[in-house]
Design a protein around this ligand. Structure first.
Ligand code: UDP
Ligand code: MG
Length: 310
């Protein structure tokens, strides 16, 4: 069986089309189930999902008690999926359902992770593109993972889904973790389609936070940078110290406050930045050790495959 996990946040206008198009593509592959994860929508997305689920036994739905974010929705879906292969795709049809057949065939041929990568990035603003480039180059330099052009559109073998389900961490980055777990992977290119209906749910600030959290989730390089800049400043301090002392002994001590003010500002700035970076990692540790659930499910619709056969 093929499970398709579809996170949906305020996508009422898209559910119908998603069921039609993704269902049609999945039915060509095998027996299938569509698992919609309603990430705390308030626009009637859930009503739409439950209505369609009542008509079609292939459709199941989970409803979160509030908006927990796309990552949580993906992982909730992975946990719920019962298929031998599990696909994850967006609800707005930006991930072309037609590709599903090709991905499924690649899985049948032995690939355990089939990644759909963007041939082109679709319509995006210049600033957005610039930030994305910067983010991916930082990710690549710091963690060695080349995520440029990757997307959340993936098809995973049961083994991979199980491996992801076993990860204990709360702050996840699906796009990178599906590579981190290993396994045999294959890439298939696709062109990003325009959104079917509605607007993107990612504001700039949400994306920025997601980017920072993803970088710190995969590397501690920022903390090493603090150590190295500390070392650099120490060398600088020794040289400046000797220079100042020699000048003092020679009777021409540096006068004026300019040097002092500059040093205070530079050192103060670097110290604050360093504390901030360490503080960020501590807050991540704090988030993890609280051990709160990644999401809370408030409602379910549809019958699981296993229960159906009972
Ligand atoms: N999404 C979600 N929770 C959120 C934000 C988005 O489940 O908090 C879902 C959304 O419904 C869609 C997918 O994640 O199915 C991708 O979101 P969107 O299309 O807004 O992002 P973009 O394509 O602009 O990156
Ligand atoms: Mg989209």
């Amino acid at each position: 069986m093929l499970s398709v996990v579809i996170p949906a946040y305020n996508e009422r206008e898209n559910i119908n089309a998603a069921v039609r198009e993704i269902g049609a593509a999945a039915s060509l592959c095998d027996d299938y189930e569509l698992i919609f994860v309603d990430d705390g929508s308030d626009d009637g997305t859930w009503e739409e999902i439950s209505q369609l689920s009542a008509q079609d036994p292939h459709i199941r739905g989970l409803r979160f008690s509030r908006n927990f974010g796309k990552e949580s929705a993906i992982f909730a879906g992975l946990k719920e999926a019962e298929g031998d292969a599990v696909a994850v795709m967006d609800c707005d049809l930006q991930h072309p359902p037609k590709l599903l057949g090709e991905m499924y065939a690649a899985w049948r041929d032995g690939a355990e992770v089939v990644e759909a990568v963007k041939a082109t990035r679709g319509k995006e603003s210049f600033i957005y593109r610039l930030f994305a480039k910067f983010f991916y180059s930082v990710m690549k330099k710091s963690s060695g993972m080349d995520l440029d052009r990757t997307s959340d559109y993936k098809l995973l073998d049961r083994k991979v889904a199980d491996a992801l389900n076993e990860l204990p961490e709360r702050q996840t980055f699906f796009r990178a973790l599906s590579g981190w777990v290993g396994f045999r992977s294959e890439r298939i290119e696709f062109d990003v389609a325009p959104r079917n209906a509605g607007k993107s749910k990612w504001s700039f600030s949400k994306l920025f936070k997601y980017a920072i959290s993803s970088i710190t989730g995969f590397t501690d390089l920022p903390m090493h940078i603090i150590t190295w800049s500390g070392l650099l400043f120490f060398v600088f301090a020794v040289i400046l110290g000797i220079n100042t002392l020699v000048n003092f002994c020679a009777g021409n001590a540096a006068d004026g406050f300019t040097t002092v003010i500059l040093l205070l500002l530079i050192i103060g700035g670097i110290l604050m930045l360093g504390i901030g970076i360490i503080g960020y990692y501590i807050s991540k540790i704090y988030e993890e050790i609280k051990c709160r659930p990644r999401y809370i499910v408030s409602q379910r619709v549809g019958v699981k495959g296993k229960e159906k056969t009972r």
